[in-house]
Design a protein around this ligand. Structure first.
Ligand SMILES: O=P(O)(O)OC[C@H]1O[C@](O)(COP(=O)(O)O)[C@@H](O)[C@@H]1O
Ligand SMILES: [Mg+2]
Ligand SMILES: [Mg+2]
Length: 321
């Protein structure tokens, strides 16, 4: 089984980018170790603080954020980092070529129940002509690498550098990520979907109609029975979609007019969209490809519909009507 760094060299990934990815995987091993120690490491529970988005921070959100930030800012190739848990981006090496945006711990509500969580990351090139204020405001199409680490029963790294999607599993005995699946392809058809059904009454009519038709099963217009899954961690739901197909969505919600979406463009939607498109799937906000969106704020949120090509297209057709 191939190790991560030799696999990247074989794909002719630049040494600078390899160094950034190496730093990310090193930090993830430490996060994985702390998570697997659970209550023994004294890292469960909440802090008394809120992040910039008004969400209560878990101790592990803060710890994972600090680890990733410190290690990335130590890497000579990283010009700046932006994190879901930081108010604004943080500048690193003056000569660095790369920008890293990350969600240090995705699925925070699963931490205290020993459920699935992960780290999601997106790597961009530092624009040559950009002033410091808008470095990170690049569309997802500009990403040079993206992926996530999933801290499940096995710790996994799922990565794209724009040459397909490969999956690595952390071999705890030697502390190395080994390639366990390569060139992932999401099946175009599926009969599995993921959505937080408890919010149904707050969705837009198009999403109400679409999910209503899925629930109608064989007797409905889709003429098949569907299965539903919800892990409450995007990283876990997207991992299932990449592994065996499916549709994942976190749609518009009428309750908070100033914050109608939950997922973040830079830290969650863009990197997951890069992976999904590289694996032959679709990723849309309901109107356009997520990766075509020009961001205006680093903490911007967005609607997400992604996964198996035919099923995402079916959902988008409802939005066109
Ligand atoms: O609480 P809900 O509605 O199930 O939301 C779950 C969603 O929230 C998130 O956990 C948000 O991410 P964070 O845990 O990084 O804030 C997603 O991963 C997940 O899809
Ligand atoms: Mg998240
Ligand atoms: Mg998070």
């Amino acid at each position: 089984m191939q190790r991560l760094i030799p696999a990247l060299r074989q794909q002719h990934v630049s040494e600078g980018l390899i160094s950034v990815l190496h730093t990310l995987q090193t930090a993830s091993k430490e996060i994985s170790f702390r998570l697997h120690q659970g209550a023994l490491a004294g890292v469960l529970g909440s802090t008394l603080d809120e992040n910039i988005q008004g969400e209560t921070q878990k101790k592990l959100d803060v710890l994972a954020n600090q680890l990733l930030k410190d290690m990335l800012l130590d890497c000579p190739h990283v010009a700046a980092v932006a994190s879901e848990e930081e108010d604004s981006y943080v500048v690193g090496a003056a000569d660095g070529d790369y920008l890293v945006a990350f969600d240090p711990l995705d699925g925070s509500s699963n931490i205290d129940i020993n459920g699935l969580v992960g780290t999601i990351f997106s790597v961009l090139k530092k624009p040559a002509d950009s002033d410091a204020a808008n470095m990170f405001l690049q569309p997802g199409d500009a990403q040079v690498a993206a992926g996530y680490m999933l801290y499940g029963p096995a710790t996994m790294l799922v990565l794209t550098t724009g040459q397909g999607v490969d999956m690595y599993t952390l071999d705890q005995t030697v502390g190395e990520y080994l390639q366990t699946r390569s060139q992932i392809e999401i099946p175009a058809e599926t009969s599995e979907f993921a959505i937080n059904m408890s919010n149904q009454r707050h969705w837009q009519p198009a999403m109400q109609r679409y999910i209503g038709d899925l629930l109608a099963g064989k007797q409905g217009p889709c003429e098949k029975d569907y299965n539903m899954r919800w892990i409450a961690a995007m990283v876990g739901d997207v991992h299932r979609v990449l592994s065996r197909g499916g549709l994942f969505t976190y749609p518009w919600d009428a309750r908070k007019t100033d914050k109608p979406y939950k997922l973040r463009l830079l830290y969650e939607a863009n990197p997951m969209s890069f992976l999904v498109e590289q694996a032959g799937g679709l990723a849309s906000d309901g109107e356009q490809r997520i990766m075509a969106i020009q961001p205006h704020d680093i903490h911007q949120r967005v609607g997400v519909i992604l996964g198996s090509r035919s099923e995402v297209q079916r959902c988008l057709d409802y939005h066109q009507d």
